[in-house]
Write a protein that binds this ligand. Structure first.
Ligand SMILES: [Zn+2]
Length: 149
């Protein structure tokens, strides 16, 4: 049984230290059928990921969603988000060291996703932060820096 929510440390091509926050959920065919199908599975996973952390990336940034069909008609859906919050990196690094004997099987895939995402230029954190600040002005947007904690 894999851990549904996890944070994987990675280093982007420009050497930025980042974290991939991921949440995965598998529904078998009967559950999919009874719960509104893949769209609802997607909405559920996104909701779970959003409620798993409080950093800016989890709360506000575009999530990547990956669907993996399983045998017998089930589907696994993973939502991911790329995050450069230093607090998230520190926490993820600590967890990885603690569980270093049993690395999460998803870690290589999460890192490959982060590299693709960064390389594709979809990920421009600073620009996004500015646009978030534009659309959600005021203290509701925690533009946190390392000194804040
Ligand atoms: Zn984060």
């Amino acid at each position: 049984m894999s851990i549904p929510y996890r944070s994987t440390t990675t280093t982007l091509p420009d050497r930025t230290k980042a974290v991939v926050h991921s949440y995965s959920l598998t529904w078998d065919k009967a559950t999919l059928w009874g719960n509104g199908g893949l769209a609802n599975l997607g909405a559920t996973v996104i909701e779970y990921l959003r409620s798993s952390g409080s950093c800016l990336a989890i709360q506000h940034e575009d999530l990547g969603v990956i669907v993996t069909p399983h045998r017998a008609g089930g589907n696994e859906l993973t939502a991911r988000v790329l995050c450069t919050d230093p607090a998230c990196y520190t926490a993820a690094e600590r967890d990885e060291q603690e569980f270093s004997l049993v690395p999460h099987p998803d870690a290589p895939t999460a890192r490959a996703w982060a590299t693709r995402r960064a390389a594709a230029g979809e990920w421009q954190l600073q620009v996004w932060r500015e646009s978030i600040a534009h659309y959600y002005p005021g203290p509701a947007v925690p533009l946190r820096s390392p000194e804040d904690r």
